[in-house]
Design a protein around this ligand. Structure first.
Ligand code: FES
Length: 171
């Protein structure tokens, strides 16, 4: 069992605590936006999600280590300024790395309102479609939008509900 908040919803995973977060999200919670690209070896970044404000490789953490954590997946970033900026910059190619990239970049924007080029280049995802320049511009656009709106990208999480939804293993 592991309780956490995922995209603002309290969930209790009725799974082995050693289950990687990636598979709990995809197979049990049906949040399939998070991808597995490298076989869970921690090299591709496609599985990146946001945990307590920071970018985390979901293939590399177990749900047992995330008791009480606040998790945001790509499904939770639909209204994020970065998502709008990615569309505006036509920065969407095949889409496989995009969920992980978006989560990593959103976490970066949360930590730095005007990230340096080196910080953007250090994001743990690389676009095989060759859209890296557009992805960079999208981050700049999102940073500008967030600065002018004077609003945080993410609202502080609400308190964990007393009765979380139970998520069971897939059949
Ligand atoms: Fe490649 Fe997690 S699946 S880093």
């Amino acid at each position: 069992m592991a309780r956490m908040r995922v995209n603002g919803q309290a969930l209790e995973f009725a799974l082995d605590p050693a289950t990687p977060l990636l598979w709990a999200l995809r197979d049990a919670a049906n949040l399939t936006g998070t991808k597995q690209g490298c076989g869970g070896t921690g090299q591709c970044g496609a599985c990146t999600v946001i945990v307590d404000g920071g970018a985390v490789l979901s293939c590399a953490v177990t749900i047992g280590s995330l008791e009480g954590a606040d998790v945001t997946t790509i499904e939770g970033l639909a209204a994020h300024p970065l998502t709008m900026a990615l569309v505006a910059e036509d920065a969407i190619g095949c889409g496989f790395c995009l969920p992980g990239f978006t989560c990593a970049a959103a976490a970066l924007l949360q930590q730095s309102s005007s990230p340096a080029a080196e910080q953007v280049d250090a994001l743990p995802t690389r676009c095989a479609c060759g859209l890296q320049p557009r992805l960079r511009r999208a981050i700049e656009r999102a940073a500008g939008a967030m600065a002018t709106s004077n609003q945080p990208a993410q609202q502080p999480p609400a308190p964990l509900q007393r009765t979380p939804e139970i998520v069971t293993p897939p059949r």
